[in-house]
Design a protein around this ligand. Structure first.
Ligand SMILES: [Zn+2]
Length: 126
């Protein structure tokens, strides 16, 4: 499972940072989840919860921020990924979004960003 492997990496990172900072507990873990990562949020949460059970992060709040891509054109047009951003946007909506052409010059738009899963912050108790 894709999500499980990613979750293992995340928790290893979190615990190693917590350890370097002599943390007694991890209060919260904030993750930035790119809309184009194909990561299932519920599955990711389940994997993380399973992995932290026996760790100092067992009480941590898991916070997800969705990161949307910007749409850009070589003519300089750029649009913040705002308007398909319903959190329940289906892959069909997203595909339709990518088929759009630039409203200024008519060329195909390119997505930038939104492809990463990153740890944005970790809150610890020392
Ligand atoms: Zn353009």
């Amino acid at each position: 499972m894709h999500e499980y492997a990613l979750a293992v990496d995340i928790i290893e990172n979190v615990l190693s940072v917590a350890d370097q900072n002599q943390a007694r507990y991890v209060n919260s873990i904030t993750l930035g989840l790119g809309k184009l990562t194909h990561v299932n949020c519920d599955q990711m949460q389940f994997c993380l919860e399973t992995l932290i059970i026996d760790t100092i992060a067992r009480e941590a709040d898991l916070i997800f921020n969705e990161i949307y891509p910007n749409m850009e054109c070589e003519c300089g047009f750029s649009e913040k990924g705002g308007y398909f951003c319903a959190s329940d946007a289906s892959m069909n909506d997203i595909r339709a979004f990518f088929d759009q052409s630039c409203p200024v010059c008519g060329k195909v738009l390119h997505a930038s960003g939104g492809r990463d899963l990153v740890i944005q912050s970790i809150d610890i108790e020392q």
